[in-house]
Design a protein around this ligand. Structure first.
Ligand SMILES: [Zn+2]
Length: 127
């Protein structure tokens, strides 16, 4: 077997040519980089593994923080609650437009465990 045979692409293999970009603070990045390095993983490799694992695990019933979450095909999404801009939703409590990536954090400021509970008027942590 030649050296290049090891790297030869199989004809039907999909090519990884899409990039996922995200921004972290300096300290978040350092923490994640050290976390990955301790496991012998590159940051980009770890991100890929996390994404794939998340999607593989999504259609299962999981116990999350003591609750059973049913995700089989009908996973909850905030999509129906989003404003026309597609990235913000109107908080039903304070009326502010909140970016979807800050939903969970914002929900907690009103005492809800997550975005879903906030938007669907579910139970608050203190109830
Ligand atoms: Zn609010």
């Amino acid at each position: 077997m030649g050296i290049l045979d090891r790297y030869a692409r199989k004809p039907r293999e999909e090519i990884r040519d899409k990039t996922v970009t995200t921004k972290l603070t300096g300290s978040e990045y350092e923490r994640f980089q050290e976390y990955c390095a301790a496991r012998g993983l590159a940051v980009s490799e770890a991100v890929r593994l996390l994404i794939l694992a998340e999607m593989d695990e999504a259609p299962t019933v999981q116990a999350v923080a003591g609750r059973v979450r049913q995700t089989g095909g009908t996973r909850w999404t905030m999509a129906p609650y989003l404003n026309p801009d597609g990235v913000t939703f109107r908080c039903p409590v304070c009326g502010e437009d909140i970016h979807r990536s800050n939903g969970a954090r914002h929900a907690r400021t009103h005492g809800y465990p997550g975005t879903r509970e906030l938007l669907e008027g579910g139970k608050r942590d203190d109830e």
